[in-house]
Design a protein around this ligand. Structure first.
Ligand SMILES: C[S@@+](CC[C@H](N)C(=O)[O-])C[C@H]1O[C@@H](n2cnc3c(N)ncnc32)[C@H](O)[C@@H]1O
Length: 197
């Protein structure tokens, strides 16, 4: 994955981070606002500036982890959010993460960033990282796959990827996207119904 580290670090160094909306996305903000249990163990992969992690910290969530493959992304987040516990900030490859038992994993422009050939690995990795009944929640782009990143997809494609591995509780057009993404992203809530063998 050395080429991935270089690709993403170059993007960070050149400030080519058009994905960065400068704040938490409205769909995830609304989702977080209705969570009652602030002790849940949360992972934000491909976190970048991790506005979601900052928001959760400010809400009082105490067990949130972020991971990004680029050290520049990690440094950017640390500088932006110095109060976030440094031992919960991981500079590494999501696919190599050895932690487990997350209650919640947040998807915000990470799935669209990885090579589409890795999508099946992503699905199984998510399952391994989550507790039984843990959830993968977030946003997936709803436009044709094409040359990325960002690589898109469709309801049908995402359903095919997830349906045998997760219980799809929600996979629908987000009603509260930010204007540039309106009608172009799907909100997902997928439950890790049981361990695969
Ligand atoms: C499109 S950006 C999204 C950043 C952030 N989630 C946001 O929405 O602003 C994708 C991020 O994933 C990171 N990344 C790419 N591949 C990764 C991997 N295999 N493991 C961990 N992070 C990865 C990149 O360094 C980059 O910061």
């Amino acid at each position: 994955m050395a080429s991935e580290v270089k690709y993403w670090t170059d993007r960070w160094l050149k400030n080519e981070i058009g994905w960065d909306i400068g704040e938490i996305s409205e769909p995830l903000k609304s989702y977080f606002d209705q969570l009652a249990d602030k002790s849940v163990k949360v992972l934000i992969p491909g976190a970048g500036n991790a506005y979601e992690a900052e928001y959760l910290l400010n809400l009082g969530f105490s067990n949130v982890f972020v991971i990004d493959i680029s050290d520049i992304a990690v440094e950017s987040f640390k500088k932006r959010c110095p109060n976030f516990p440094s031992d919960h900030i991981i500079n590494g490859d999501f696919f190599d993460l050895t932690m487990q038992d997350f209650d919640l994993i947040i998807e915000q422009t990470f799935f669209c960033a990885i090579n589409p050939e890795l999508r099946s690995r992503y699905v199984y990795k998510m399952k391994d990282l989550l507790k039984v009944d843990g959830k993968l929640v977030g946003l997936l782009f709803d436009f044709p796959l094409k040359d990325g990143p960002p690589f898109g997809g469709s309801t049908e494609e995402y359903t095919n990827h997830f349906k045998d591995i997760f219980e799809i509780e929600k996979l629908e057009t987000a009603y509260n996207s930010i204007p540039p993404r309106k009608g172009r992203e799907l909100f997902i809530r997928l439950r890790n119904a049981a361990r695969h063998e």
